[in-house]
Write a protein that binds this ligand. Structure first.
Ligand code: AMP
Length: 353
């Protein structure tokens, strides 16, 4: 990206993102830090984002997301001196090849997108980082105890299921292959189902300050798993109800302070492993998703190398971001602050790939 950056006017850098997911938070934060913003938006959503003109300076209108990598669009982003912020929907919308290959500076680690698309590589990265993970199985393996079967690229947990034996796993996956939810059984990953409470931790790695910050945490509200507790077990059994994991929204979470050292240690380990395996390593927001048991063990079953939607809870800052910054600091604003600090130190190349 250094060639592209060399042509940028660093006094006129803009913050661009796809108009979806956490974009309003990203635009809002960028404005607070004094940047002009660019919404990349499909034509049919334009009317909605036009309601937020006070947050958006430029619209790049597409007929569909896949046009992002068209040379005219990339040229327009260059002319706007845009730094592109990838969020949780970025790869899903534009496809992996465009997401990874786009010739626009990305705030974040673009090499991580491919790892994120491969459930096994993802878990391997966590393991190598020294972060505890659940036991993993393949479809067809003998399985003892409850497991959760996950389908790749599943939107918001759709099609996931819990099984108690190897045969149940195979039967469930075959059903989902027939329904077209997954291409081949090989694509599913089977994890030990962790018992405890799920937590979703929002981190930020700052190459400029050389530190990892815990910026927030949330609980995902998922249907129907979170609704089942409103029924007694006998009713669940009688009705033959099976848990599903479709995300509906997010609920704020403040952790016991005694858990924070471990939580931060995992964030630092993750950062270090990405630096070792995928230099220059993670830049900016990432999230670890895990389950805490009653002995305060935390095992991580998933990560995201980008801003997660749970950060939308904290547009005004979180109890943690306030401890670092003593001012309202959303993840969106934190991204813009990092870009601003990097520009001031004449080292924008340290925070983009
Ligand atoms: P994921 O797509 O990995 O974020 O998983 C979707 C949801 O499934 C999570 O938010 C959890 O509620 C649940 N889940 C995923 N993996 C596990 C696991 N290994 N143990 C328990 N629950 C899990």
């Amino acid at each position: 990206m250094s060639e592209v950056l060399a042509r940028y006017d660093l006094d006129r850098v803009t913050i661009a993102t796809l108009a979806s997911h956490s974009s309003l938070q990203i635009f809002h934060g960028a404005k607070l830090e004094g940047f002009k913003t660019v919404a990349i938006v499909p034509r049919d959503r334009l009317w909605f984002y036009e309601q937020f003109r006070h947050l958006i300076d430029h619209f790049v209108v597409l007929n569909n997301w896949r046009e992002l990598c068209n040379p005219e669009v990339v040229g327009r982003l260059h002319s706007l001196n845009a730094v592109l912020v990838p969020h949780g929907s970025y790869v899903e919308y534009v496809g992996l090849d465009c997401a990874e290959g786009i010739e626009v500076p990305i705030f974040g680690l673009r090499r991580l997108f491919r790892v994120e698309g491969d459930q096994w590589a993802k878990m391997d990265l966590l393991r190598r980082a020294g972060i505890p993970i659940p036991r993993l199985f393949s479809v067809g393996d003998d399985v003892d105890g409850p497991v959760i079967v996950k389908l790749p690229g599943a939107k918001g947990g759709r099609g996931y299921f819990i099984a108690r034996s190897g045969e149940e796993v195979v039967r469930g996956v075959e059903e989902r292959v027939r329904e077209g939810l997954v291409k081949t059984p090989k694509d599913a990953i089977v994890q030990e189902y962790l018992i405890g409470v799920p937590i979703y931790i929002h981190y930020f790695h700052s190459p400029v300050l050389g530190r990892v910050e815990i910026l927030g945490a949330d609980i995902r509200y998922e249907t129907n798993i979170d609704g089942l507790r409103r029924l007694t077990p006998d009713v669940i059994v009688e009705l033959g109800l099976k848990p599903t994991f479709v995300v509906v929204g997010n609920i704020p979470l403040v952790l016991r302070e005694s858990l924070l050292p471990k939580v931060l240690d995992y964030g630092i380990k993750f950062t270090e492993e990405t630096r070792r395996a995928l230099p220059p390593g993670i830049i900016g927001p990432f999230s670890l998703e895990g389950v805490i048991d009653d002995e305060a063990n935390i095992r991580i079953f998933e990560f995201s190398g980008r801003i997660v939607a749970g950060t939308n809870l904290y547009v005004y800052g979180s109890p943690y971001s306030y401890l670092y910054w003593s001012e309202p600091m959303s993840m969106g604003r934190r991204i813009a602050r990092e870009v601003r600090m990097a520009i001031e130190k004449d080292s924008l190349e340290r925070v983009v790939t």
